[in-house]
Design a protein around this ligand. Structure first.
Ligand SMILES: Cc1cc2nc3c(=O)[nH]c(=O)nc-3n(C[C@H](O)[C@H](O)[C@H](O)COP(=O)(O)OP(=O)(O)OC[C@H]3O[C@@H](n4cnc5c(N)ncnc54)[C@H](O)[C@@H]3O)c2cc1C
Length: 385
């Protein structure tokens, strides 16, 4: 907005200050959570848990036996089988850094790399993202991802695709990342190399075979429609550790509640993952709910694809946002919204309205008939459907 009505001498990110502020949110959580559990009559044990029988779990010296066991062990960064993998910084460690170095390289182009890259670049760090495939952010609409990549490059983030990291070593000038980019060998040098190459269920140390629990190393504990282990009915799983819905916080919470209900009342509830929204919190954000275009095609659905660049719309122009657009899939006949993909200011909020429409099977006429507050970004919805 500089030159368009807003003046500021210097706007910059002070990373250390930001971290101190962040900790005021994160640090109280473990204590408060444990206190609320104690209040609810839940005993807590600290340490790595592992199965020692079909319904027995050991934590330190304690062996706990239950009628049921619920596993909610989450996920961890996938093992990268390359020389020097131990030099990688995890996302957990990145979020604890007291200061940012001059050069950061992200291995993998998922949402974690993009979100961190957008912050780090704006904090003055030189950022590189190396992504193995053709296009990063594979769970998002490829056309909008293309635009976000353009915007990310405008921030001077070096985004390389078809770039496979082969090894990492440490040298006097920093960490040396050896990669094959478009078939050519290249070397990148950075002060920090961050793992953004995917996460896997954290179930390796649980000794699942002791309890007869089947799992898939990439997807998690194999569960039935009630989130119950397919091979040990006394065990349930929820969240990232379960081979169930997408690995997202609200999905983990939703599944946790279903598991709790099914444990207490017998198998009654089945999860429904229709319209789960997901967001890349870059600037601008990129959001998605429902089916991607290729998924809808693979399902043989007949639909209309509404796609548009919205950078000339008032909602983008008034804040000088030059990178925005949408793609909305509307089923022919039923007029139901099959998928919504948004890039731009407030995309992370507006996607929730689409999530509701997709989940409830609302036709486009219901979205057209809604009176939206104006001038908000949500009021653009009627031009998207
Ligand atoms: C950098 C980053 C950013 C993310 N951003 C978003 C976002 O913006 N929105 C969103 O929806 N999701 C986001 N996610 C994903 C989200 O964090 C997960 O989907 C969510 O935390 C899963 O919840 P969970 O309860 O299954 O597992 P977790 O929250 O991972 O909790 C599992 C817990 O179990 C513990 N544990 C593991 N093994 C054992 C064991 N053997 N014994 C005892 N304890 C054990 C772990 O230490 C952990 O504390 C992000 C993830 C990362 C890494």
């Amino acid at each position: 907005m500089h030159g368009y009505g807003v003046r500021a001498d210097q706007v910059r990110i002070d990373w250390s200050e930001l971290m101190r502020f962040k900790r005021t949110f994160t640090e109280p959580v473990p204590k408060e959570t444990e206190a609320s559990m104690a209040k609810a009559g839940i005993a807590t044990f600290h340490g790595g848990a592992r199965f020692v029988g079909r319904t027995a779990v050991q934590v330190g010296d304690d062996v706990l036996e239950g009628r049921h066991v619920a596993v909610a062990a989450g996920a961890r960064p996938a093992d990268l089988k390359i020389p020097g993998a131990e030099l990688l910084t995890t996302s957990d460690r990145f979020l604890e850094l007291d200061s940012l170095p001059e050069r950061i390289l992200f291995v993998g182009g998922g949402y974690i790399s993009f979100e961190f890259a957008h912050v780090a670049a704006r904090a003055g760090t030189r950022v590189t993202i190396l992504h193995r495939g053709e296009r990063p952010l594979h769970r998002f609409d490829p056309d909008l991802v293309g635009r976000l990549m353009g915007r990310t490059r405008e921030l001077d983030v070096d985004v390389q695709v078809r770039a496979e990291v082969m090894s990492i070593s440490s040298g006097s000038a920093g960490l040396r990342v050896h990669a094959v980019v478009n078939g050519e060998e290249r070397e990148f040098v950075a002060d920090l190399v961050v793992h953004g190459a995917g996460r896997v269920p954290e179930i390796g140390d649980l000794h699942l075979t002791e309890a007869g629990i089947e799992w898939d190393a990439r997807r998690g504990i194999k569960v039935n429609e009630y989130l119950q282990s397919i091979s040990n009915p006394a065990v349930y799983a929820a969240g990232d550790a379960a081979a169930s819905g997408p690995p997202l916080t609200p999905v983990a919470v939703y599944e946790g509640k279903i598991v709790a209900q099914n444990l207490l009342r017998g198998n009654q509830l089945k999860p429904n993952y229709q319209g789960v929204p997901t967001v890349v919190f870059s600037i601008p954000p990129l959001a998605s709910a429902g089916l991607l275009e290729h998924e809808a095609r693979e399902l043989g659905l007949h639909f209309q694809t509404n796609i548009q660049d919205t950078s000339s719309w008032y909602s983008s122009r008034r804040i000088r946002e030059e990178c925005s657009g949408f793609k909305v899939l509307v089923e022919e006949g039923t007029e139901r919204i099959l998928g919504a993909h948004l890039l731009g200011q407030e995309a992370g909020e507006i996607i929730n309205l689409f999530a509701l429409a997709i989940r409830r099977g609302l036709p486009r006429s219901d979205l057209l008939d809604t009176i939206y507050s104006y001038p908000t970004n949500a009021s653009d919805i009627r031009y998207m459907v």
